[in-house]
Design a protein around this ligand. Structure first.
Ligand code: NI
Ligand code: MN
Length: 225
């Protein structure tokens, strides 16, 4: 399993099966993103909630690539009117796809699109045959984060204002069952200006600050057999 962070909450996953899975693909109005909306490849798109900085360019990408869009049932039903392939899930549910397992977990956040209700906002846990990631979406700090299954890498919002800031995100890392944390959802617009190095310095677990657009391996657990 490999990942590319494209700025904001946009993460691209390359699974062991050879599939490309985009999470919250924001290309337009994403200053750190170097992707081309007309050529980006996607087999699947996972969307954490309906806010425009997360739904991003999902409709346009899915229309061109025919990627299956996996989202909360209310959001998936809404997106189906755009004549794209959708698959609805709800919080706590897990489903197996050709690229691996997807589980929707709680996030403490709202979810709407142009003031229409889009169900719950979720975090998304993905595992393939070799590794796992947990994309938190947008969320506040809450104690049930400790119940989310282990993931090799956790993508964690640090921007403040709309999600956890650095102080709460550091506390979250003590609850979450991951060893590696990648900060997301910062420096895209003025309200979420943050220094990720400050998060790294305050955190007792390993923090990776990836360069946007660069492919990194998901570090997997060393198996003792
Ligand atoms: Ni949001
Ligand atoms: Mn957001």
């Amino acid at each position: 399993m490999k990942y590319i962070w494209h700025g904001h909450s946009f993460v691209e996953i390359h699974t062991q099966s050879g599939h490309t899975v985009l999470i919250d693909p924001l290309i337009s109005n994403n200053p750190l993103c170097t992707c081309d909306l007309d050529t980006i490849h996607a087999d699947y798109i996972l969307v954490t909630h309906g806010h425009e900085d997360h739904l991003g360019d999902t409709i346009e990408i899915a229309t061109r690539t025919n990627a299956l869009v996996i989202a909360m049932v209310e959001l998936a039903d809404f997106l189906a009117q755009y004549d794209i392939q959708t698959f609805g899930m709800n919080c706590g549910g897990r489903q197996t796809f050709p690229f691996g397992n997807v589980k929707f977990v709680y996030a403490q956040h709202s979810s709407s699109y142009h003031d229409m209700y889009m169900g719950l906002a979720v975090g998304i846990h993905v595992e393939d045959s070799v590794g796992s990631i947990y994309h938190m979406g947008d969320t506040a700090l809450f104690s049930d984060l400790k119940l989310v299954p282990y993931a090799d890498v956790c993508f964690i919002p640090i921007g403040d204002c709309f999600t956890m800031g650095i102080e709460d995100a550091v506390i979250a890392t003590t609850l979450i069952q991951s060893q590696h944390f990648v900060p997301i959802h910062y420096n895209t617009f003025p309200q979420i200006a943050q220094d990720p190095q400050q998060f790294k310095d305050a955190c007792k677990k390993t923090v990776i600050i990836p360069d946007a657009g660069v492919l990194y391996p998901v570090p997997t657990r060393i198996k003792t057999i």
